[in-house]
Design a binder for this molecule. Structure first.
Ligand SMILES: [Zn+2]
Length: 105
């Protein structure tokens, strides 16, 4: 299931896939995938050296990728930040401010 945006609740993300290519020698049947992953896309490419190559995008069925996690979009993250700021929420500093004492010479 897609992750939900922490601000608007909209599902976001795309399936995180890996592309695997397999040689497909001329005159043989199309190779069948027997692995544990889900085949999202299958494409037949022409290899300049040896017949054809089959390219598959594989997904584990649960991993999603998103560039603005945990928000659906940058616009949604900015909207969240503006509303939080309007309510008086401020970021905490990771290093507390120290008063700089004049040093004795
Ligand atoms: Zn959102």
């Amino acid at each position: 299931m897609k992750p939900l945006c922490v601000h608007c609740g909209y599902p976001y993300g795309v399936r995180k896939t890996t592309t695997v290519q397999e040689a497909w020698p001329q005159g043989s049947n199309k190779p069948v995938y027997h692995g544990p992953l889900i085949v999202i896309r299958e494409q037949v490419l022409t290899s300049p050296t040896d017949g054809r190559v089959i390219s598959r995008d594989l997904w584990d069925g649960e991993t999603w990728e998103a560039s603005h996690r945990p928000f659906c979009t940058a616009r949604c993250a900015l909207d969240f930040a503006r509303k939080a700021h309007a309510q008086g929420i401020r970021a905490r500093r990771s290093v507390p401010r120290r008063k700089i004492e004049p040093q004795a010479i």
